[in-house]
Design a protein around this ligand. Structure first.
Ligand code: NAP
Length: 272
């Protein structure tokens, strides 16, 4: 590898993606000439692709990700995955701590992250906050959300927007469900369950129309504007929202909420 080639490789950034913020970050880095690879899990058959280099599929746990960081000579990882994608975040913490940064780049001391491995930053959009008029019941996980629905009669109509991967908690419930997801679920479903295949952003008018036929909404606290209109529609109708709160982030890692802050963090470390 030439000297200039080594410098190029040492600036490589891995974006763990699958979100709008990850796509925005990829576009910002490409525009700045920073070599970035976006990684997608491969869950969705026709994903919205970020600009620039993209890889698809799991790494094979923390050890596989650490090996990938070494072999691809990754300088820093930005975890811009969905707030509920807790496993890949945990793996990324372990993998970046276990991986020594590429040795052939300048000012190594400055760019080592506090925990001594490859630089690691979490980019996580803020969660939704309840507003006046909201009727939110905050729960910690899907089984608590399902337990709360036992307060509703069997005839109640439930809009479930918690994704296609976590339907099992609701499978034994008697209520009438509408499950909205990007792709068809493969897990167990409630006996009475219609599938709405759709992908945001959703307009307020469309959400008003959908929620007109519902008694309760179950959602993850994903945050962001793309799927927030359902909360406004629920508030307007005065219906309860069972809000599944986010899993906690691992401690001791830097977290930013905005794409611009992630770019600044990288700029600082790259000496741009
Ligand atoms: P997860 O439970 O945290 O991860 C499960 C496994 O999927 C990981 O161990 C990893 O496999 C692989 N994986 C996850 N994200 C990856 C990525 N960006 N690149 C490569 N491999 C990845 O994640 P999840 O909740 O299934 O979400 C999967 C993807 O969908 C994430 O990228 C996330 O941003 C996106 N997404 C998730 C949600 C949600 O509600 N969970 C909503 C919208 C979008 P290995 O162990 O083999 O590396």
């Amino acid at each position: 590898m030439t000297r200039s080639g080594a410098a190029h490789w040492s600036r490589r950034v891995l974006i763990l993606g699958g979100t709008g913020e990850a796509r925005e970050l990829a576009a910002a880095l490409v525009a700045r000439g920073i070599p970035a690879i976006s990684s997608l899990a491969g869950r969705v058959s026709s994903p919205r692709l970020p600009v620039g280099e993209v890889r698809v599929g799991g790494f094979g746990g923390a050890a596989g990700l650490a090996e990938y960081l070494r072999s691809e000579r990754i300088f820093a990882v930005v975890d811009a995955t969905h707030p509920f994608a807790a496993r890949i975040t945990a793996n990324a913490v372990i993998a970046t701590q276990a991986t020594t940064p590429p040795p052939d780049r300048p000012s190594l001391g400055e760019i080592l992250h506090d925990h001594g491995g490859v630089g690691f930053l979490v980019l996580r959009r803020p969660g939704w906050q309840a507003r006046a008029g909201d009727r939110w019941v905050r729960v910690a996980d899907m089984s608590s959300a399902a337990a709360h629905l036992s307060h509703y009669p069997a005839g109640a109509r439930v809009l479930l927007t918690t994704g296609r991967q976590e339907t099992a908690a609701f499978a034994a419930l008697p209520q009438r469900f509408w499950l909205r997801a990007v792709e068809a679920p493969d897990g167990p479903l409630p006996e009475r369950c219609d599938i709405i295949l759709d992908r945001g952003p959703f307009t307020l008018d469309a959400e008003r129309e959908l929620l007109r036929h519902m008694d309760v909404l179950v959602t993850k606290n994903s945050g962001g504007p793309m799927t927030a209109a359902k909360l406004t529609a629920a508030r307007e109708r005065g219906i309860e929202v069972v809000m599944v709160e986010r899993p906690p982030l691992p401690g001791g890692i830097p977290v930013v909420q905005q794409v611009t802050e992630a770019v600044d963090w990288l700029d600082e470390r790259l000496g741009a």
